[in-house]
Design a protein around this ligand. Structure first.
Ligand SMILES: O=P(O)(O)OC[C@H]1O[C@H](O[C@H]2O[C@H](CO)[C@@H](O)[C@H](O)[C@H]2O)[C@H](O)[C@@H](O)[C@@H]1O
Length: 285
């Protein structure tokens, strides 16, 4: 089974089978890809292989490199309209500790600007639209902030009467063209944010980020498992393989998460003191 997976992995990554040949890597390929490649050679030479590497190999077999599969993808897309939907954090910019410093490189900006000339391109983020736009600084893309709750189209490349190109899409009355289906919930979201900030201020390293139509609580800089010490939570890891973790409980996979969440909701609903979130926050019914 394993050998079969490694053969498929080889094929997916475009590596040579011989252990004397260095595996081919793609420019910009991630650390884990290089790790997989070196361990592949190790295995072929007859050495042991760790569970992590094995899982990675299986994963790459299931999710072949888009670079290696490029021709195949384009063949299937021939004659079709292509649109690009890009995430920001971790996709266009590397993950960093301070969310305010997640800058994208000029090289990446140029690449996005270029590709957006040919395909409608949208940047979809959990962040507020303004913040993503501030990072990306491009005028030829769609910005979808707050997980799509706040969308702005790029301006049409048509000169206005003063001979200039507009920087945002405007309607006939000169207003910005925006899609904000959750606008009526903004007061409720603001209340939630204020309440969260009051709670989070007690936790060293944690911070609340205002993303307009949603709120993020960052815990990357919180000392590990603070939650456990406070005795206020049940840390649960979702993993199908054994992992070194401080979590107290585990769920095997998303289907178990689904079962867990449904059971939790049922449990809350059947409890006599159950109140909906809207009631707790004092908004709606
Ligand atoms: O849905 P996404 O667009 O992927 O947004 C997810 C969150 O992205 C940002 O947080 C992540 O990146 C930060 C900067 O690298 C990092 O510090 C943080 O730990 C990551 O979770 C963003 O700041 C959040 O508001 C988004 O929810």
């Amino acid at each position: 089974m394993f050998t079969r997976n490694i053969a498929k992995f080889n094929q997916a990554m475009g590596f040579q089978r011989s252990s004397t040949n260095k595996p081919k890597t793609q420019p910009g390929s991630g650390r884990s890809i290089r790790m997989g490649a070196s361990n592949l050679c190790h295995h072929i030479a007859g050495g042991p292989i760790s569970i992590e590497d094995a899982s990675y190999i299986s994963w790459v077999v299931e999710h072949p490199s888009a670079l290696r599969s490029f021709d195949q993808m384009m063949k299937a897309a021939k004659g079709k309209k292509i649109a690009l939907f890009l995430d920001y954090d971790g996709t266009l910019a590397p993950i960093v500790d301070n969310p305010d410093l997640a800058f994208m490189s000029d090289e990446m900006r140029a690449a996005v600007r270029e590709v957006a000339k040919y395909f409608p391109t949208a940047i979809i983020s959990g962040r507020s639209r303004d913040k993503v736009k501030e990072f990306v600084q491009l005028s030829n893309v769609y910005y979808a902030g707050s997980h799509g709750m706040d969308i702005m189209a790029p301006p049409r490349p048509v000169k206005t009467c003063d001979g200039k190109y507009p920087t945002v899409a405007l309607d006939k009355k000169g207003n910005e063209v925006l899609f904000q289906p959750a606008k009526k919930f903004l007061p409720a979201i603001q209340k939630i944010q204020t309440a969260l900030k009051e709670k989070v201020v007690e936790i060293q390293g944690a911070m609340v980020e205002d993303n307009s139509f949603c709120v993020s609580v960052h815990f990357r800089q919180v000392r590990e498992k603070v939650i456990q010490r406070r005795g206020q939570g049940y840390p649960i890891i979702v993993s199908s393989s054994p992992k070194d973790t401080k979590a107290s409980f585990s769920l095997h996979d998303p289907s178990e998460v689904l079962t867990f969440l449904s059971r939790l909701a049922r449990w809350r609903k059947s409890s006599s003191s159950s109140r909906s979130l809207a009631q707790i926050w004092g908004v709606g019914d």
